[in-house]
Ligand binder design. Sequence first.
Ligand code: ADP
Length: 377
Amino acid sequence: MSKTVKRVGVIGGGQLAWMMGDGAKSLGLDLVIQTPQPTDPAVSVAADTVFAPIDDATATATLAAQCDVITFENEFIHLDALFPLANQGVCFRPRLDALAPLLDKYHQRCYLRDIGLPQPAFKVFETPLNPDTQPFPLVVKARRHGYDGQGTFIFKDHKRFQERSAQLADTPLLVEEFIPFERELAVIAARSVSGEVVVYPVVETQQDNQVCRRVIIPAPIRPETEHEIEAIARTLLNSLQAVGVFGIELFLTANHQIYVNEVSPRTHNSGHFSLDACDISQFEMHLRAVAGFPLTKPTLKCNGAVMVNLLGYEYSQNDYLEKRQKLASQPQTYVHWYGKTQSRPGRKLGHVTVLLDANSQKHPQAIAQSIETLWYG
Ligand code: ADP
């Protein structure tokens, strides 16, 4: 019988940890956060905070002394330094062995290949590149520390590649097949300590310049595709014996082929809609899983939803109160503001979810457009 969990340690104190706040409250759990800055979003919802960089394993030992289980909001951790803590009995959920194959994008591709999931062809990037044997467009990715498209490069031709190649010389890279997708999709799935897996509705994600701008819920896909993606999520979480929420990003081609793009061993931007649109949010589901509670299948409380990321578009310390009030005054619209004190272009400052009912006349794309016009002007 495992011990009762009351205090959950979270490595990382950004918006993903901040959004665990409400779920923790309704489950009667305290959050203890490891994060570097007092201004980090999750500090405001934490019962206690260990102020330290997230890859500081000595600080994680301090965190462990204050909680019953440790989870992650961020994968930019120093995994090797955490194994000695696990060996001393610190309980990590997901366990460190489930994270190990995922943190490096090349290792992740190898793992997905080994468990038979569909994905782009890939190899380690080696220079010099032979332009005669290398098809373009060429997708090059940094093996670690990529996020929001930083670290992902899509070169249209050899000339464009050459212009940037010197900058990439010192970074360990992966190269993969370019998938001419019709849509990008994503799914959130969770697995409990006892091995039950629950899966959220598959969503469509829309990226501009490789950064997620909008999510359409549910994705306009065939039921067969939905089932196939649910099966992928189950296979993955069961193979990893993962505990907690995972986000899986996928490509869908015009001839209904599915490819896994990327797996994130944590809550994910593509699941933010669940805060307002589902009976159990991905954040509460994650806490249920890591605290050892049973999981129930999440359901949509509405016909659908549209989630729009509020990205920074300038360098500023503005809190954009007026714009936020304008957004919140739209029908069925919920604004989540992460409370960051600095805005810069591309930075995720908040998000908006608009719920759709059976009478919604407007197309989801038009709803997203009107939110973006209010935000970006
Ligand atoms: P990050 O980890 O920074 O989010 P991703 O690997 O998810 O980076 O890539 C960001 C975006 O780049 C994807 O959402 C997609 O639009 C595009 N992309 C990535 N890999 C491929 C690929 N193999 N083929 C086509 N487009 C890709």
